[in-house]
Ligand binder design. Structure first.
Ligand code: G4P
Length: 288
């Protein structure tokens, strides 16, 4: 679903999320494991403030495992908990409540000391559109709840859903806007499918995909499209022409660009991650 973000909407989304944060103990920040930094809201750290946070790297089934490990270490070094999951297949998702309880151990101990027998931890899922917030939520509560109000600015009566006896999650995820003002980030989000097709040029994103894949994952790219070493020595634009002809699209390079985007989103080019923590070292705002 596409969401049009305007300054008014952003301010409203931020206020909504901040109001709901007051009701929770821990934040589950959901990101796409293929673009763990680019799929974050630009103001997330300010919005979350000092709340305990678990970075949830979702769609790990599509991501490069070695790079996922780098990101988990990076987020942990920044003072957050972090976990990589595949919400579609519920893989490792059952570790989330335990992780949250671990994070809240001191508070739980305090409440128990005050005589509260089974103190419940309350959490909320937050993230930009399409990172898998609804999927995570549904899997956590083992239900298929229609995540209505899955739009910023659409308020509804919120409910706490029980994950287990002592862990509850808000039934409405917090939706924030992506970092679409940065062109490189915008292209990464378009290639992975985090932002809708209407807001980018497919020829640009397809070419970005071609250039990025052959740089980061040349062998995966070569095999996926049945290329040889001579093809791989072509310039990016010559390779686009070659691929277009090879796939029967002739001079219609847009169709080849579309194909590359489709293949990247479907995982047909293998597992990949488009960024590592070191890419962001210059403007690192993760330290809290
Ligand atoms: P949102 O609430 O954050 O907007 O995201 P949502 O849960 O709707 O998920 C967005 C898309 O990502 C969905 O696909 C969903 O199935 C997919 N997805 C969520 N988690 C994972 C995961 O861990 N791995 C993979 N591979 N995909 C995941 P869709 O194409 O929009 O819908 P559908 O194909 O599921 O019908």
């Amino acid at each position: 679903a596409q969401i049009q973000w305007f300054p008014g909407h952003m301010a409203k989304a931020r206020k909504e999320v901040q109001a709901r944060l007051k009701q929770v103990d821990v934040v589950l920040e959901i990101v796409d494991a293929r673009v763990p930094e680019s799929s974050r809201n630009p103001m997330m750290n300010q919005i979350v403030g000092q709340k305990p946070r678990i970075m949830v790297l979702n769609k790990q089934d599509l991501a490069d495992p070695a790079k996922t490990k780098l990101w988990l270490d990076h987020f942990r070094a920044g003072g957050d908990e972090a976990i990589a999951i595949d919400a579609q297949h519920a893989k490792r998702l059952n570790q989330l409540p335990a992780l949250a309880k671990q994070l809240m151990a001191a508070k739980i101990a305090k409440q128990k000391a005050r005589g509260i027998r089974n103190p419940a931890i309350r959490a909320i899922c937050i993230g930009i559109p399409n990172v898998g917030k609804s999927t995570v939520l549904n899997r956590l509560v083992h239900k298929n709840i229609a995540v209505t109000g899955n739009r910023p600015g659409v308020t509804k009566n919120q409910q706490w859903l029980a994950v287990d006896d002592t862990f509850q999650v808000l039934d409405t995820p917090g939706i924030l806007w992506p970092k679409f003002e940065d062109e490189l980030i915008g292209q990464k989000l378009a290639l992975t499918g985090a932002i809708a097709d209407a807001v980018f040029q497919e020829d640009t994103v397809g070419m970005f995909g071609l250039a990025t894949f052959r740089r980061l994952y040349p062998e995966q790219f070569r095999v996926a499209y049945g290329l040889n070493a001579t093809d791989m020595a072509l310039s990016d634009s010559d390779l686009m022409v070659h691929l277009s002809q090879k796939n029967g699209f002739g001079a219609d390079y847009n169709r080849m660009a579309e194909r590359i985007i489709f293949d990247a989103r479907q995982g047909k080019l293998g597992r990949y991650t488009l960024e590592v923590p070191a890419d962001f070292e210059a403007d690192d705002d993760d330290a809290r």
